[in-house]
Design a protein around this ligand. Sequence first.
Ligand code: AMP
Ligand code: GLY
Length: 429
Amino acid sequence: MSPDPPLGLTAVKILVLGSGAREHGIVHALAREGVHQLYAAPGNPGIGELAELHQVDLTSGPMVALLARRLKADLVVIGPEAPLIDGVADSLRAAKILCFGPSAAAARLEGSKAFAKQIMEAAGVPTAGAVAAATPAQAAAALDRFGAPYVVKNDGLAAGKGVVVTDSREAALDHAQACFDAGSTVVIEEYLDGPEVSLFCVTDGHTVVPLAPAQDFKRAADDDQGPNTGGMGAYSPLPWAPPDLTGQVLDLVARPVVTEMARRGHRFQGLLYCGLALTSQGLKVVEFNARFGDPETQAVLARLETPLSGLLADAAAGRLEQTRPLIWTEEAAVTVVIAAQNYPGTPVTGGVISGLGQANAIPGVYVLQAGTALDDADRLVAAGGRVLSVVGLGPTLAAARDRAYAGARAIHLEGSHYRTDIALRAALA
Ligand code: AMP
Ligand code: GLY
């Protein structure tokens, strides 16, 4: 027997950290393999139907390592960015626990926009021109250098909400000032025209395995109106994308970045999320994340037929060159996020959610939970901004869309809202 039997073939214990629909999507994919013992911390009521839930301070590497030891976890998958930036992966590796997720040093690719720009410059990766600013005067000069539309980014973690794209110089300056007031600096960028694509690249720091490209819808309202959010929906595949898109991203972006990180001693082991704009001057990087994207994961993993556990464990163990080639269903997947009243502002929580059973009973539909909780009467209630992700699978994007929206319509949560145009243009194309 090989000393390291590949996961994805044998039953193992897997601990997933996080509590969003992304983590529910990951747990859902692992549960489809049908053999593993699954744990999540802290999870949510939906994840709790598939995995045993545990409480742990996700910002404490030592506490997470202790929990993983106690559960005898064979693999820990870190969902959100905050524990990565806090070094939870470092603590797990130090405790010799197999972990999918980059070190704190490598996760700076997401944690600092300025660091990401340095790496891209060193690796020759195409991206928007950018200037860091720490004072209102610097911000004003940078805005005038690039002109409208203005792009102002908080140089730190902001859960997708730290970016303002606006034609108003005043609104751009106001956002910069708000970031300064909060003790942060900003990055001001050249505006990138063209559609956005998210490509998830699983890497062990050397080999890079791309997942299927997806598209996210960041604005709160239909027709890309309203404020930026963490993401209101996603779909995969992208019928309109150039056929060599994935190859281009690997050659121009993912491999050079992974190589540059390794060269600096910050081996990136986990998921490199490449957020790209397909501009009139070719593809350019909008952002990197150091983890699976939310809600793209819900659409992408819905289509993955290869056991996810094997892929993640091979990346975590540094043997990705041996991993099995990925197999994708021919079906398309669409995910629609149901958000609580007032999201992305302060969401209204506590509203009772009903209709999940009806939605889950629709063929090709399943509902993933994010900001949910059980109240004292054991009713499912809203407990966050993005409450649910409804996933629809179908032979075409149009069919997947119809199913996802049939699922969304079956669900009731007072005051909630969702976009009605997720994947609409792609399905019509
Ligand atoms: P980020 O947090 O960097 O991903 O930015 C959030 C969203 O803001 C992106 O998904 C884009 O829709 C938009 N955005 C960010 N940077 C730019 C840019 N340079 N040009 C145009 N839009 C951008
Ligand atoms: N979907 C955007 C993100 O995960 O940051």
